[in-house]
Design a protein around this ligand. Sequence first.
Ligand SMILES: N[C@@H](CCC(=O)N[C@@H](CS)C(=O)NCC(=O)O)C(=O)O
Length: 229
Amino acid sequence: MPGEGGKREEVKLLGVWDSPFVNRVQIVLNLKGICYEYVEEDLHNKGELLLASNPVHKKVPVLIHNSNAIPESQVIVQYIDEAWSGHGPRVLPADPLERATARFWAAFVDDKVGSPWFTILFARKTEEKMEAAVRAVSAMETLEGAFRDCSTGKPFFGGDGIGFVDVVLGSYLGWFVVIEKMIGVKLMDAARTPNLAAWVKRFRMEDAVKGVLPEDVDKVLEFLQTFLD
Ligand SMILES: N[C@@H](CCC(=O)N[C@@H](CS)C(=O)NCC(=O)O)C(=O)O
């Protein structure tokens, strides 16, 4: 896509199709209308480009923008918002206090929902998985309150449109369905968190989100199995 000076820019995303961390970057690129090349990585046999561009963690996603590599999904999302500030809607709020609040809740999501998500997937013992699910459910209840405060009656954490907390939490939604099939626990339940349950429906209907999150539960479970064998 043309850059500031009319030159073609290199925008490449190294990812894995069912990764929430990758999916949130894809959603933000879509939201901002940025054309990019997507490279599917094989995490069982990591490519040279991935190893060279994220030598510290060797994980996806990595965004490559004009030969510069940016790792870590939350960092990437914030980078995209700043580097393409003139493209599409803002993802982080303009107001410093609101921006700090959005960063706080985004960090909360990866800590209190993302960590249990990982344990549910990879712990060997059912007991450990169930304990993690209890922690995730409790985090969702906290997020129900955060949604009320951040959205102030509007449809999204970000207000009228998808913002930072929306993409960070929303990127786990496909996996919530997978987790329900895996261990029978509903992390998102309209009886416990009615506002968030309504938010899920709105989030999934957004153009930037459609087609990004994994939908085929059996395909996800089959892929997950390749990391458990
Ligand atoms: N904190 C990182 C997490 C990224 C992450 O865990 N990526 C996984 C895929 S879901 C990965 O690349 N795993 C490869 C590995 O652990 O070797 C982020 O937000 O980008």
